[in-house]
Every structure is written in structure tokens, then in C-alpha cells.
Design a protein around this ligand. Structure first.
Ligand code: NAD
Ligand code: ZN
Length: 365
């Protein structure tokens, strides 16, 4: 079948020696899936949710017509990233007689990807795994780096494994059906990469902000490719987060506190965006980040349709939420802090009052 509009823009390699794999980025790639995933076995389980399946499963099914394809759909939402739904997928695999030569394909956002990855990591001690991320967040963040997990009532992502896929296919055309809010959440992680790692990319984001918000194909494609390349470089240097990988948590300790305070109101990317601004203000107050850089970060966040103000909470509440964060070890706050646009450091911070001053600088009233 010939499809004239299919186009590969870029292939980013995640360099992890014998576990290296390609991230193929482009448009209209789903119909030619078997060309992009040449090693797909006969037996395939596609995990998706009803929302995404309605939009993109038919193209996948058509492309995989020669395979023995089983589809397992979960509901739409974070609550489906659970042990219960993990068990249901396992039931499907076992009932359908899937053997160790099968492959799991994740078609969806980070919820589907994390659950499917953990299934792939553990079914018969590990089977092949392919990712087709369909949200911007999944395309630039959760599908890169091999973290898989399900949630536990005691906390998010408490049960999981590091498990790398065989390949990732990113079709940025899928983003046209994504909500504005979900799209903006992906942009927050993209801005994060510029701040922690790549000043030139941050400049480019400033120049292309309007095109990005408008979901212009060329701009989105480049932003995804650069983000994946940055995350891939960081993951290749530190696969299991002993060091530099922690920088990916810029804005996340504050963001997790905001999410813990009110997860109905706040999406992850929105909370992270505000967290990045708090971290920037902290460094401004320490005299270690320039005013102009804080202004540039805040302006870019705003232009991407993300919030820039934190909820107003007393210091004890912030402290309580932040001490629950995984990054807090033995009561010590370890924060990723930008030292410039394009550079950040992980630091131990003991002065809560100073942290609170930075929070107040971006709070209402
Ligand atoms: N593994 C990692 O390294 C990593 C990193 C960051 C986040 N995560 C995890 O990712 C999850 C969040 O991912 P998310 O933001 O993609 O959320 P999500 O998977 O819930 O997707 C967001 C919404 O978009 C819908 N959707 C997906 N693709 C669509 C499309 N193309 N068009 C229209 N609607 C579409 C989904 O049905 C859902 O309603 C969290 O569970 C988080 O813990 C994991
Ligand atoms: Zn994040």
C-alpha cells in the first residue's frame, strides 16, 4: 500500500549498548508500521484505551493484518494504571496463550505506556515491547528512558521496573486530536529540557512558541526530536538515576506538592511548569540566576498556555507535601535548580524559609 504523505523526519537513537533502540519521528507512520518495526513477531498484544483506540486503532489493525493481533483496552484515566488492570492484561495474555516470543505494543499516552511497559517487563520475565505514544507528554518524556510502573493506593509509580522498548514510533499527527490542556502539559516538559540542558534549544522554543502552540508540524516535530535526543543523552549517561538523570526532575518536587494538594485542579505538566518557575525564583533570590532568565522562563511558560502562579498555602503544608516526595532523603530537600538557561544542578537545601520565600514570590495574594 502506497501512502504518499508518510514521512520520517528524524530517528533518534537511545544509546544503551545492546539495549539501544530507535525513536522514529514523523507523520502518517502508523499505516506503514511493519516497515518501521521490522522485527515484530506474529503474536501481538496491543494495549490502548477507548479514547485512543477509536482514533488510531483501525490504522494499526490494518497495518498488522498479517499478525495474530489481540487488543486489550483499559479505561481512560490515571486510575487504570493499577495492579488490578495489570492483572487483567496478564489474564488476557495467558487466556490467549501468548508465549515468550510475543510482543506488547502500547498505543496511547503515558498511562497506557507505563502499564504496558510493566506488563512487557514482567510477562514470562520479559517480552518484546514497542511504544506508539500519542500524547505530547508521552512522546517527549514517558516513552523515552525505560521507566515503567503502576500505581499503588500508597503512592504513584510505586510498583515498576526499568525496561527498555525495542523501538518507539512517534507520529506527531496524532497530536491534532489532543486537548489543549494535554498538549500544553507536554510543552512544559519540553521547556524543562531547554532549561536543564540546552540554551540554544530554549532560544529556539522562544522563537517558535507561536508555531508550537499552533501545532505546526515542522515545529512540533523538531521539538519532539530535540527533546527525545536530550532525554536519550541523559538516560544513556545514567540509566537508573544515580546522578545526572535527576536533573529531569526540575520543577517536579514543587510540582508534586501542587499535585498532592489538589490533583483535580492541576495536571502534571501545569504543576511542573509552576515548579520550574519557583525553582527559578529560588535561584534568583540566591543571586545565582539572572532576573532576565527568570523573566524569559516565565514568559515562555505563559506563552505555551501554562499557569505561572502557585496555589497559596501555608509553609507547613508545602513542607508536608514536599517531604513526601521521593527525592527527599532523610528529611533533606534535594532540589534541581537552574544556574542559567541551559544548566541546572541537584542541590541539598536546608533553609525552608528561603524556599518558602521563592514560593511566595509566585503565589497569589
Ligand atoms: N515512564 C516515565 O518516564 C514517565 C514520565 C512522565 C510521565 N509518566 C506517566 O505518564 C502518565 C501521564 O501521561 P499522559 O499525560 O500522556 O496522560 P494520559 O495517558 O492519561 O493521556 C492524557 C489524555 O489524552 C488522551 N489521549 C491520548 N492520546 C490522544 C490523542 N492522540 N488524541 C486525543 N486524546 C488522546 C488520553 O485518553 C487521556 O485522556 C502518568 O501516569 C505519569 O506517571 C511516565
Ligand atoms: Zn514530568
Amino acid at each position: 500500500m502506497h501512502n504518499s504523505t508518510q514521512q520520517i523526519d528524524q530517528v533518534v537513537t537511545v544509546g544503551l549498548h545492546e539495549r539501544s533502540y530507535p525513536i522514529i519521528i514523523g507523520s502518517q507512520l502508523l499505516t506503514q508500521l511493519t516497515t518501521h518495526f521490522p522485527a515484530l513477531p506474529k503474536q501481538l498484544l496491543v494495549i490502548s484505551n477507548a479514547t485512543v483506540a477509536k482514533l488510531y486503532l483501525p490504522a494499526l489493525q490494518q497495518a498488522l493484518a498479517a499478525h495474530q493481533l489481540v487488543v486489550h483496552l483499559i479505561g481512560d484515566g490515571e486510575q487504570y494504571k493499577s495492579l488490578q488492570h495489570y492483572t487483567e492484561v496478564m489474564d488476557t495474555l495467558i487466556a490467549q496463550g501468548f508465549n515468550r516470543d510475543c510482543a506488547i505494543i502500547a498505543l496511547g499516552g503515558g498511562v497506557v505506556g507505563d502499564l504496558a511497559g510493566f506488563v512487557a517487563a514482567t510477562y514470562q520475565r520479559g517480552v518484546s515491547f514497542y511504544q506508539i505514544p500519542t500524547t505530547l507528554l508521552a512522546q517527549v518524556d514517558s516513552s523515552v528512558g525505560g521507566k515503567t510502573a503502576v500505581n499503588h493506593p500508597g503512592g504513584k509509580n510505586l510498583i515498576g521496573a526499568f525496561y527498555q522498548p525495542q523501538a518507539v514510533l512517534i507520529d506527531h499527527q496524532c497530536l491534532h486530536t489532543l486537548s489543549d490542556r494535554d498538549y500544553a502539559c507536554g510543552l512544559a516538559e519540553i521547556i524543562k529540557y531547554g532549561i536543564i540542558y540546552d540554551a540554544e534549544f530554549f532560544n529556539w522554543l522562544e522563537q517558535q512558541a507561536d508555531q508550537l502552540v499552533a501545532r505546526d508540524g515542522a515545529a512540533v516535530s523538531y521539538a519532539i526530536a530535540r527533546s527525545c535526543a536530550i532525554k536519550a543523552a541523559i538516560v544513556a549517561a545514567d540509566e537508573t538515576e544515580q546522578g545526572v538523570r535527576a536533573l529531569l526532575n526540575l520543577g517536579h518536587t514543587f510540582g508534586h506538592a501542587i499535585e498532592a494538594h489538589d490533583y483535580h485542579q492541576w495536571r502534571h505538566g501545569e504543576a511542573v511548569a509552576v515548579g520550574i518557575i519557583i525553582a527559578s525564583h529560588y535561584m534568583l533570590q540566591q543571586g545565582q540566576l539572572q532576573q532576565l532568565d527568570v523573566e524569559r522562563i516565565t514568559a515562555l511558560v505563559r506563552r505555551c498556555g501554562l499557569p505561572t502562579m502557585a496555589p497559596t498555602l501555608p509553609i507547613e503544608r508545602w513542607q508536608g507535601y514536599m517531604q513526601r516526595d521521593k527525592k527527599v532523603k532523610a528529611g533533606q530537600l534535594r532540589l534541581v535548580l537552574p544556574t542559567a538557561i541551559g544548566a541546572a544542578e541537584l542541590r541539598v537545601v536546608t533553609d525552608w524559609q528561603a524556599v518558602y520565600q521563592a514560593i511566595l514570590a509566585v503565589s497569589h495574594g
